[in-house]
Design a protein. Structure first.
Lengths: 337, 312
């Protein structure tokens, strides 16, 4: 029997580097996720002493060991770290390595080593998916030709094979600034990567902002969906602003020419553009098994976003799954659909 | 089948575009509130009597409002809190000359709530401490006389009259509470135990509950970190938000450094074989940077993961 498990992403709780650093903050956030019906938590990689949940070194420094961090999660009634969002484009102060790029062949082994570091810890924390930021922003990539896609494929296939040795699958995350938002690029990359090596993480908001229908993406790549993030989108980048250089600052952060105040919101938010019922149905139809992670990324009111997400999950999405079981799709959830 | 169900007393604040709002700001904000209450596992809500005007004006009446509550997966409205404007000129339970006004208030009020199926209507049974002191046996008896009559009125509508003893009201000490109940009819006057209020008033909470368990109709489970000292209970014009010693009296159940022993309370409730509703409350949760959504999640987490292991 296939299983869907529900998790919540920690990223919305840490808007700035000096926020969300204290144990009591973590405890309240995790308990909030738990009581809202989420079984797991998705961490985001980070570096330095003000990122206490950012990597294995910091977890050990703050909790004594990974095992003791797992105990802390258990005490908050969170059963696992479902997944870790991994951004190779960040420098890592713990081992004094710079930002790396999967488009640079010489960076491949360094990315594999970092990914392995996280995957090993993730396995110990009960998780199963490394969610990898697949490319730099399009405006900083140069031309995405077959050679570039080949280098990307080579890197992520190597990462995927390495993390699988720890029982962790690598799922490529396509954000709305990525050149992979273009269907031809994404299709070609997935062709180049062996289907057992790496899969796709569908982030509903990122694809929606990029003008793509996440349900259609799911149906187009049914065997490659290894991870799902549910977050809502409040605007679409129809003008192709993602192509400007350094768009992570001017577009994603500042909102582009329209000064969009908030691209993302919790699933089901007022004004949200994502049809979560449609996406859920697509996942049911392809027989998806794995984690679905709710996000807001970020939220002005994280606890509110978490509870509203919990309501949507419990009252609208789980019943869809339950109905599908009755109809014979054979999908179920870990927490009592 | 559970012996206990959980209701949420509907204090709430969130942030709108123009500043802080409550859930009554719009139907959308009401829906967001109800979704959050349902998401963390509450079964129902309690509300305030003074909201009834907006229920009529904005929802078509309390029955229609309750339909909206039910549309969000909750059972409905369990209790209403009758937050009266106590005034020695016309509304003071220890002054017999104000009783007819109070009785008429309840005759009208209970009619307004008909059709909702309330469990209880909750009252603070005395006026403010400084308007009633010195607290004498005679005053307590006159007060009891009133609530016996009010209880008859509410019982006629199938609703219990139940008394909630704020630390700043005229009946807040252990001895005065006991005297009050000794002079009221258990058939018509019930006790509503607010864990924080009794704790602030230095009342030994669990023994108080055990002595009156046969007439306890419900609970406000909330915590505090402070006990009233000096004149806190008689501070003019207000003790609850203006007492100089303490800027924030109330915290959500499960807060660090809370003074209420909820586990002991839950064991007592189990031993007394109480069956019914426990209401979770944390009024003023947003003070000093607090967040209602988070406090509500933390308190329900505590109920689910600590208290329900004792009794459910």
């Amino acid at each position: 029997m296939n299983t869907i498990r529900w998790s919540y992403a920690i990223n919305q709780y840490k808007p700035q580097f000096d926020d969300f650093v204290r144990r009591e903050d973590h405890e309240r956030a995790l308990k909030t996720m738990s009581i809202a019906g989420f079984e797991g938590v998705e961490l985001t990689t980070g570096s330095g002493r003000w990122e206490p949940l950012g990597n294995p070194t910091q977890l050990t420094a703050n909790f004594g060991s990974l095992r003791r961090f797992r105990t802390f999660l258990d005490d908050c009634k969170i059963s696992a770290v479902s997944s870790w969002f991994f951004d190779p484009h960040q420098r890592v102060m713990e081992d004094l390595t710079p930002a790396l790029s999967p488009l640079v062949a010489a960076d491949r082994d360094g990315i594999v080593a970092r990914a392995t570091w996280f995957a090993s810890a993730l396995a110990e924390l009960g998780g199963s998916v490394l969610v990898a930021s697949a490319t730099p922003p399009a405006g900083d990539c140069g031309e995405i030709d077959d050679a570039a896609l080949g280098r990307l494929a080579d890197c992520w296939a190597a990462v995927g094979r390495a993390t699988l040795e720890h029982g962790v699958r690598t799922a490529l995350h396509v954000d709305f600034l990525s050149p992979l938002r273009e269907p031809a690029n994404l299709n070609r990359l997935l062709e180049l990567i062996g289907p057992a090596d790496a899969g796709l993480a569908v982030d509903t908001a990122e694809f929606t902002i990029a003008g793509q229908d996440p349900a259609e993406i799911i149906r187009r790549h049914p065997g490659r969906i290894w991870h799902v993030q549910f977050k809502d989108a409040l605007a679409v980048d129809a003008a192709g602003e993602y192509l400007v250089p350094h768009a992570q600052y001017s577009v994603r952060q500042r909102g582009g020419d329209r000064e969009i105040p908030r691209w993302f919101a919790e699933p089901g938010a007022d004004g949200g553009l994502v049809d979560f019922t449609g996406v859920m149905q697509a996942l049911i139809d392809i027989g998806y098994t794995g984690w679905i992670v709710f996000e807001s990324d970020p939220s002005p009111h994280p606890a509110t976003s978490t509870l509203l997400g919990g309501y949507l999950m419990q009252e609208q999405l789980r019943p869809l799954i339950a109905a599908s079981v009755v109809e014979g799709h054979g999908v179920t959830t870990a927490k009592g659909s | 089948m559970s012996n206990i169900k959980w209701s949420y007393m509907d204090h709430w604040r969130s942030n709108g575009p123009a500043g802080p709002i409550d859930q009554w700001h719009s139907h959308k904000t009401m829906s967001a509130f109800l979704k959050q209450i349902k998401a963390v596992g509450f079964d129902a809500i309690d509300t305030f009597d003074f909201r009834i005007w907006q229920m009529y004006g904005d929802y078509g009446g309390p029955v229609k409002y309750q339909e909206m509550v039910r549309d969000h997966g909750l059972e409905g409205i369990i209790n209403t809190f009758h937050a009266a404007d106590y005034d020695t000129r016309n509304y003071a339970p220890h002054l017999r000359e104000t009783h007819e006004n109070i009785l008429e208030d309840f005759r009208v009020t209970m009619g307004r709530w008909s059709g909702v199926g309330l469990n209880s209507i909750i009252v603070m049974p005395a006026t403010l401490y400084y308007d009633m002191e010195p607290i004498t046996e005679d005053k307590l008896k006159i007060t009891a006389e009133l609530w016996n009559k009010v209880g008859e009125i509410t019982a006629g509508h199938g609703v219990k009259l139940t008394c909630h003893h704020e630390f700043f009201c005229g009946i807040q000490s252990e001895a005065d509470i006991d005297t009050f109940y000794a002079n009221t009819d258990p058939q018509y006057v019930s006790l509503f135990v607010d864990t924080a209020q009794h704790c602030i008033a230095s009342v030994d909470l669990v023994p108080l509950y055990r002595r009156h368990a046969h007439r306890a109709s419900g609970f406000h489970f909330k915590d505090t970190r402070n006990v009233a000292t000096g004149d806190d209970h008689r501070h003019r014009p207000d003790s609850e938000i203006m007492a100089p010693t303490t800027g924030k009296w109330f915290y959500e159940m499960g807060t660090p450094n809370g003074l209420v022993d909820f586990e002991e309370m839950m064991r007592a409730i189990k031993e007394e074989q109480f069956e019914g509703w426990i209401t979770v409350e944390h009024d003023k949760a947003n003070k000093y940077g607090g967040d209602y959504s988070e406090s509500t999640a933390i308190s329900r987490w505590y109920a689910a993961n600590v208290l329900e292991h004792i009794y459910r």
